[in-house]
Design a protein around this ligand. Structure first.
Ligand SMILES: [Zn+2]
Length: 300
């Protein structure tokens, strides 16, 4: 499942490739994936992208906002037009969700739910292209909002980790009053927008905190370390292009995989040696999510 770093990579990529290009055509293969009045989108340009946690906003020139949530298996794949106006070029590396014809890597494929066409702006030298919203499991969605409605829609979301408001004081105020297991609190999107299972596991490992530890019993110094570890791990992942876990569901918009999965500390490493002390990493279930930790470095 794409988390904050993966959505941030998508945001940065799309900002480079689709900004100020006009949306000329939209094809919706699955109504629930984009349920909006298309006439309010077609003809508009995207003038800005922003992100709150795992939600990506494309701000349109008519001040409406297209909000994307990739959920479990959503992908945004961008294929630029060639100089001849064709969407596929020899040597392009664009995969969608693995299918039997994956080697031909043709898009749209059977997981493609929505297609946006962008026209080239000859004057400004932009290229034009096609943006595919693929979503195997169909939990993802795209919605159209006014700024006012979007603010209301996102009012329940906590502070984004890359926001200046993610201070240690904010962090401590969310964690310290509750006796819930620390990992469950980290995953609570109403407190922190964008932390998912991968980064919660690895940040707790870096801070030496057991995932089940009651939040109100964690020492101040460990809590400070956890705040730093979260920022460290999110920034490491962004610099690695995000994590493409074993399921291959997350891809960058050019169809390539992220590489942070080669830098996981304990996530998905059950039975493998702890990077600090070589003790085998353990896996438990916590709030029905796979939870990984070193029983020696992260004592309860
Ligand atoms: Zn260890």
């Amino acid at each position: 499942m794409p988390e904050l770093p993966e959505v941030e990579i998508v945001r940065r990529f799309l900002e480079k490739s689709t900004l100020n290009q006009k949306i000329t055509k939209i094809t919706v293969f699955n109504q629930k994936s984009l349920d909006a009045d298309l006439s309010k989108i077609i003809g508009q340009k995207i003038i800005k992208f922003s992100r709150q946690g795992k939600q990506l906003s494309a701000h349109l020139s008519n001040k409406l906002i297209l909000l994307f949530h990739l959920k479990m298996t959503g992908q945004l794949i961008y294929v630029p037009l060639s100089s001849k106006g064709e969407a596929r070029r020899e040597g392009d590396f664009v995969f969608g969700h693995p299918t039997k014809d994956m080697l031909t890597s043709s898009l749209p494929n059977k997981s493609t739910r929505v297609v946006f066409c962008f026209s080239p702006l000859v004057k400004e030298g932009t290229q034009g292209g096609i943006l595919y919203f693929n979503d195997q499991r169909k939990f993802g969605w795209i919605k159209l909002f006014s700024q006012k409605d979007l603010t209301e829609f996102q009012s329940g979301l906590g502070v984004d980790l890359l926001d200046d408001e993610f201070t240690f004081l904010y962090f401590q105020n969310q964690i310290s009053p509750t006796s819930r297991p620390i990992k469950s609190v980290l995953l609570d999107q109403s407190k922190f927008a964008g932390i998912g299972n991968i980064y919660a596991n690895d940040a707790l490992f870096l801070a030496g905190i057991h995932p089940s530890a009651p939040s109100n019993q964690i020492s101040l110094s460990r809590l400070k370390k956890l705040h730093r570890s979260l920022l460290q791990i999110i920034n490491e992942s962004i610099s690695h292009g995000g994590s493409t876990a074993k399921d291959q569901k997350y891809l960058r918009p050019d169809g390539t995989s992220g590489t942070h999965q080669f830098h996981f500390y304990v996530y998905q490493k059950a039975g493998k040696p702890c990077p600090n002390c070589q003790t085998p990493v353990q896996r438990i279930k916590l709030s029905s999510r796979g939870t990984f930790f070193c029983p020696r470095c992260q004592k309860l």
